[in-house]
Design a binder for this molecule. Structure first.
Ligand SMILES: [Zn+2]
Length: 380
């Protein structure tokens, strides 16, 4: 029997004591030019001969490897603090190094352009993201690295982000998506500098508040006119329950108990979905053939188009395991591990996700059975 995760499933941070498989010797990953020499000396291992300094990037690489091996895409606060303290740096100084490692995990079969992102949460943890392109689908079905990092933070209950580093300057789509955060204007965006600024040199980082990258912005208050309403990453409950007699989209060979378990998890996602503009909260769960469950929820944008569907958020969770989506062939590779999808949504809401969910899964994992379960708002 498939062991679908329970409805009470709660992601937990990987511990710093998790042992990672033996990783390879560093092969030329470069640290910040300005700090490399001092850091090399600072990170010489007590166990190693003093004449053989250890590249500090090795430790960043190991931290990212642990984050991905554990299927979380999160570097715990304690590990971030340890890395920063040892090298006499601030946590934000490490973000570009995390980005360089995360970037290698991107899935861009169409563009071949690898993007990484690393967001620093108020808790001190770092949340990773990569770009994910879905073969056989329009380009606007892609997931951007910054979006991925923000929903990684959301999955782990982070309430505020203080900084985000990216491979290159965030595109307009991502600047708008990050504008859903409470303190978006002061969010520090760290991007590679270039020679265009006389104050910068190649290899240095440029740190800008999001307000400088998105002047005269359109945001949540322009539509809701309610500054007390919870924003993205903030706590909410949508008061939904599954209709007593929901009708399955079609009969499948999946046992009812498995669908029911996945439905409970999808409902819990729908109840924390961020849908202030359409009032169309929805939740979804993808389940693999071995019973791994990847939850997702709707995350809306005031500008509508940067909105992430429950399926897209779920795909981020799936990619975080590191063994799904690594495919360049249409509909094959890692996505073939997916078996079942359960979507919970309101039947009469202005936004419906059922058809686009089927369309996307038909392109990347056509064997996946999609079950749509309708819910209703609890009165009072
Ligand atoms: Zn983007």
């Amino acid at each position: 029997m498939m062991a679908v995760a329970s409805a009470a499933w709660t992601p937990s941070y990987p511990t710093t004591t998790t042992r990672h498989r033996a990783w390879k010797k560093p092969d030329g990953v470069r640290c910040s030019r300005t700090r490399r020499n001092q850091n090399t000396r600072a990170f010489a291992s007590a166990d190693a001969p003093s004449a053989v300094p250890v590249d500090p990037c090795l430790f960043v690489r190991a931290a990212v490897a642990r984050a991905t091996d554990s299927g979380h895409f999160v570097i715990p606060a304690a590990r971030v603090a340890e890395l920063a303290e040892t090298r006499g740096l601030q946590a934000t100084d490490l973000l570009p190094e995390f980005v360089r490692e995360a970037q290698k995990l991107a899935i861009p079969p169409t563009s071949r352009f690898h993007v990484g992102a690393a967001a620093l949460g108020e808790s001190g943890a770092v949340f990773l993201g990569v770009n994910v392109e879905l073969p056989g689908l329009p380009l606007n079905a892609s997931i951007h690295a910054e979006q991925f990092a923000v929903v990684t933070a959301m999955r782990f209950g982070e309430k505020k982000l203080s900084a985000i580093a990216t491979t290159a300057a965030p595109c307009g789509h991502c600047r708008q998506f990050m504008n859903e955060l409470r303190d978006a204007k002061t969010l520090r965006v760290i991007i590679p500098g270039d020679d265009s600024d006389n104050q910068m040199k190649l290899g240095m980082q440029l740190i800008l508040p999001l307000a400088d990258l998105l002047p005269h912005s359109f945001g949540p208050l322009d539509l809701t006119h309610d500054d007390a309403a919870p924003l993205l990453l903030e706590t909410r409950h949508n008061g939904l329950r599954v209709l007593a007699a929901f009708e399955k989209e079609k009969k499948t060979d999946v046992a009812d108990v498995e669908i029911n378990t996945a439905t409970a998890l999808a409902l819990s996602e729908a109840n924390v979905a961020y849908a202030p503009y359409s009032q169309s909260p929805a939740g979804l769960v993808l389940v693999t053939k071995t019973g791994q469950a990847f939850p997702g929820r709707a995350v809306e944008s005031a500008a509508y188009n940067p909105t992430m569907s429950p399926l897209h958020v779920s795909l981020c969770a799936a990619v975080s395991t590191g063994d799904l989506g690594n495919t360049s062939d249409k509909g094959g590779g890692g996505w073939s591990r997916l078996k079942t999808c359960v979507l919970v949504e309101l039947p009469n809401a202005p936004v419906q996700y059922a058809e686009t969910t089927r369309m996307i899964l038909k392109a990347i994992a056509p064997h996946v059975e999609v079950t749509v379960v309708h819910c209703e708002r609890i009165e009072g």
